[in-house]
Design a protein around this ligand. Structure first.
Ligand code: ZN
Length: 197
């Protein structure tokens, strides 16, 4: 906790004053351009890897960057998606998987999750990801197929379906490599060029 308090002191002393105009603007404005859905993994930091500023990204992070398919029941992920798309009017959505993902590794390698029943249940939202992956144990392939499967889940949300039908929303699938900092942009999602970061 000392690290966090030291960091907070540095933020207030150095970072905040340097961006005082931006923070003054953000105090009464919230117009992010992109919904970034990433893994909760501590090594995947959306604003850092995209070079974005406070106010740019609306962020949802879940274990395995999973997006449950739409259900009318109360769901925090669904509510955040709907708010970003229907209320804030964001124009782009990135679902970002990553190398060495613990969630994908657990699935690919069939790790016993009987002591983590909530994790086990949550990972059922990757059933289609596993079904799309031909070779059991192939973590990199599962990471990619999972991003594509979660993009399909995302499109089942009414706010997303509506914006897609109106041509007002672009979906992008990324895989971030922790060791190199590179991003592979998956074919068939968003623009075809590889994002170089
Ligand atoms: Zn992960």
């Amino acid at each position: 906790m000392d690290n966090l308090n030291d960091g907070l002191a540095r933020f207030q002393r150095d970072v905040f004053p340097a961006k005082a105009d931006l923070f003054a603007h953000l105090a009464s404005n919230h117009h992010p351009h992109t919904l970034f859905i990433g893994c909760s993994d501590a090594r995947v930091v959306p604003e850092l890897i995209t070079g974005t500023e406070p106010g740019d990204l609306f962020v949802i992070r879940t274990a395995g960057n999973l997006v449950p398919a739409y259900s009318p029941e109360a769901d925090g992920v669904a509510a955040s998606i709907e708010y970003a798309v229907a209320v804030l009017g964001i124009k782009d959505v990135v679902i970002c998987g990553h190398s060495a993902c613990g969630a994908m590794t657990a699935l690919a390698e069939g790790i016993d999750l009987s002591l983590a029943p909530a994790v086990s249940n949550w990972l059922r939202h990757a059933d289609a990801s596993q079904a799309r992956t031909p070779i059991r144990g192939d973590v990199p392939r599962l990471v990619k197929e999972n991003v594509l499967a979660q993009l399909a889940n995302l499109a089942t949300h009414p706010s997303v379906a509506k914006a897609l039908a109106a041509g007002e929303l672009n979906l992008h699938g990324w895989v971030y490599d922790i060791g190199s900092g590179s991003v592979e942009q998956l074919q068939g999602t968003g623009h075809q060029s590889t994002a170089a970061l």
